[in-house]
Each structure stands twice: as structure tokens, then as C-alpha cells.
Write a protein that binds this ligand. Structure first.
Ligand code: ACO
Length: 336
């Protein structure tokens, strides 16, 4: 059997901090409301010179360094995002250029906030089938460029960031032991960015040149509370494990109440759940890889642990898996 071990990881968040108190000056909200409904205290916003590509490249370089590989060793780059700086070329191709990853194929995946998980699962299949042995997976979103900062229902929730991992073929169980993907296109209207009606409206409004996110918060909330727990449970079952075998939960960071519900569903105590939503808000596709980087740094996840990763997002979409953390035994010779 071939597995796709995670052998490198990296993250980038912008320096600028937008606190709940800052938001009180911008819309009719309060620190109390935001903290009690979401758990978020602050989020990071990209500076004018930063782009989704620049954040992705920063995270990707760290991941390659950590894995000990030169960019020329990468055979495939998959970037999960729904806030690309432009429609073409893809961020994956921009990362390809910036890294000088001359041998790599490159493409983007869009599954809204689930994009990184979709990208990770897709990349894992390329490794497991033997087509590639070294793959770079990035999750990045520059949400602040697509938020209406007069809409209190969305602007308090989102932040910017990027996270990346390197996958390498391993002969021992490592990386994803199970993979769950799902979608419900019939409910896509509850969370949109640039739907045709909005674009038609914006075409006549010069001061709002970009499309922005629109959300039915309570509908998304109900969906997320159900699906995060169900998807986590399915991933554990598919891996042939029980709840007792799970060492940690690393969930998409959208809302503390959604995270708590997911943990309850798989009977995991709070101390085994990685949470950073209070510092970054919802960084969408970057949320899970940023959590992995910080959780590893703090010793919260260690080699040999079974870590449930799970996310949901617009589409609607969801994805989950059980990750066996650690390098396994990497089979590929390294091209340094
Ligand atoms: N400050 C103060 N009041 C607010 C704010 C705010 N920032 N936002 C909404 N309210 C008000 C509403 O207007 C409403 O007022 P009303 O009763 O007078 O109409 C009231 O608070 C309650 O609104 P609800 O939507 O019922 O509040 P809820 O408890 O559901 O919390 C929230 C809202 C935090 C948005 C929640 O629904 C949620 O987290 N939903 C999921 C959102 C999410 O995770 N989105 C990411 C999707 S991932 C992706 O792919 C992009």
C-alpha cells in the first residue's frame, strides 16, 4: 500500500489585526455579541500589497523547507481557494512560477471553505495511485477583498490567511487513512459570492467594483452543526477506527458553537480539540492547514496520532478524514 504522508507544513497570516472593538466602530455590533455567538475576538486582514498568491507562496515555502525538499522535487501543486486574485492564471500556476517548481503540474480547487480539504483529498489520490510521489497542497483565502464591511452578518466572521502541506509517498500508514467528500448543490443559495443577480446589480455601481459574500447565517449554521459531526463520525468509521482511537480533532474554524457540536458528536472532550477561531476568525480554505501548523508547533498533535480533520463551506460542501500524523516511511528519493 502507498500512503500520502504529510512531511512539511507552513502558514502565513497578515500582520494587521482587526479586533471586535474595531468592528464596533464600523457596524452595529458588540464584542459581547461576537464572542458569545462565534468565539471570535480578532482576525487578520491583508495589507494592500498582499495577495492570495503572496500568502500562498509564503506558506508553501515554509512547507517545502520543513519537508526538506527543493521546489524542483514537486510534481503537482493543488491550491484550494475561492478568492483567487484573478480567474486566470490559477493561484497554483502563480505559486509554480514564484517557487520555480518547474516539474510540477498545477491546478486550483474551489469548494469554498472546504477547498483545502478537497485539495488534500484529491492530492492524496494522486500519491496513492502512484502517479505522483511529492505534492504541494495549499489552502488560501483573502476573504477581506470579498466582504461587504457594512454587513454585520458577515464582516465579523472572516479573516485572511494561508496554510500549506507537502505530501510524500510512504509505505507505512501515514497521512489520510480515510476520506469523506460531500456536496448539496440544492442549498447553494444560502452562501454565495458574485451570484448573477448580484453581479448585474454591481455592474451599475462603480464604488463597489468587486462581488461580495452574501450569507443566510442561521441556515448555514444549522447545516454546519449537523454536517461537521456527521462527516467526522463517517471518517472515523471509514478508517476502521472507534471514537476512542481519536487523539485530536482539527476542525474548520468558523464558529465555536459549530466546533463544540462536532466534538460532542464524536464524544471528544474539549481539551482534544484544536481551536484558534478567537485569533483568526474564519480563514476559509486556510483554516485547517493553519490549525495543523499551530497544533504541531504546540505539541498538540504528534507522530503516530490519529487526527480528525473536517470542514464545511459554500456549495454547500463538506469533507473530512482521519490523518495519521507523522512522516511514515517516505519511499521517494529526494531531489535536493
Ligand atoms: N452583531 C450584532 N447583531 C448581529 C450581528 C452582529 N455582527 N449579526 C447578526 N446580528 C443580528 C441579526 O440581525 C439578528 O437580529 P434580528 O433578530 O433583529 O433579526 C440577530 O443578530 C440574530 O441573528 P441570527 O442569525 O439568528 O444569529 P445566530 O445565533 O445564528 O448567529 C451567526 C449568527 C454567527 C452568523 C451564525 O448564524 C453562524 O455562525 N452561521 C454560520 C456562518 C458560517 O460559518 N459561515 C461560513 C461558511 S464557510 C464558507 O464557505 C464561506
Amino acid at each position: 500500500m502507498r500512503y500520502a504522508a504529510i512531511t512539511g507544513w507552513g502558514m502565513h497570516v497578515p500582520e494587521r489585526v482587526l479586533t471586535n472593538n474595531d468592528l464596533e466602530e464600523m457596524v452595529a455590533t458588540s464584542d459581547d455579541w461576537i464572542v458569545s455567538r462565534t468565539g471570535i475576538r480578532e482576525r487578520r486582514l491583508a495589507a494592500p500589497h498582499e495577495t492570495a498568491t503572496s500568502m500562498a507562496v509564503a506558506a508553501a515555502k515554509q512547507a517545502c523547507d520543513r519537508a526538506g525538499i527543493a521546489p524542483q522535487a514537486i510534481e503537482l501543486i493543488v491550491v484550494g481557494t475561492f478568492t483567487a486574485d484573478q480567474q486566470m492564471p490559477s493561484i497554483a500556476c502563480e505559486v509554480h512560477r514564484e517557487l520555480g517548481a518547474a516539474r510540477a503540474a498545477a491546478f486550483d480547487v474551489n469548494a469554498a471553505c472546504t477547498s483545502f480539504m478537497y485539495a488534500l483529498i484529491a492530492a492524496t489520490q494522486f500519491v496513492r495511485t502512484g502517479m505522483y510521489s511529492t505534492v504541494l497542497v495549499v489552502g488560501v483565502d483573502i476573504n477581506s477583498r470579498f466582504i461587504d464591511y457594512t454587513d454585520r452578518g458577515t464582516c465579523v466572521l472572516f479573516g485572511d490567511g494561508a496554510g500549506a502541506v507537502v505530501l510524500q509517498a510512504s509505505e507505512e500508514p501515514a497521512g489520510l487513512l480515510s476520506s469523506v467528500l460531500g456536496a448539496d448543490g440544492s442549498a447553494g443559495h444560502v452562501l454565495t459570492l458574485g451570484d448573477p443577480e448580484q453581479l448585474a446589480h454591481l455592474n451599475g455601481v462603480s464604488e463597489m467594483p468587486r462581488p461580495y459574500m452574501k450569507m443566510n447565517g442561521s441556515e448555514v449554521f444549522r447545516f454546519a452543526v449537523r454536517i461537521m459531526g456527521d462527516a467526522a463520525a463517517e471518517a472515523i468509521e471509514q478508517a476502521g477506527l472507534t471514537y476512542q482511537d481519536i487523539d485530536a480533532l482539527v476542525p474548520h474554524q468558523a464558529n465555536m458553537r459549530i466546533i463544540d457540536a462536532a466534538a460532542r458528536r464524536i464524544a471528544l472532550p474539549r481539551e482534544k480539540v484544536w481551536v484558534n477561531v478567537e485569533r483568526y476568525g474564519n480563514t476559509s480554505s486556510a483554516s485547517v492547514p493553519i490549525c495543523l501548523v499551530e497544533a504541531e508547533r504546540e505539541g498538540f498533535i504528534r507522530d503516530g496520532m490519529n487526527v480528525v480533520v473536517v470542514a464545511f463551506g459554500g456549495g454547500l460542501t463538506w469533507a473530512s478524514g482521519v490523518l495519521r500524523w507523522g512522516p511514515g516511511s517516505v519511499v521517494r528519493e529526494r531531489i535536493a
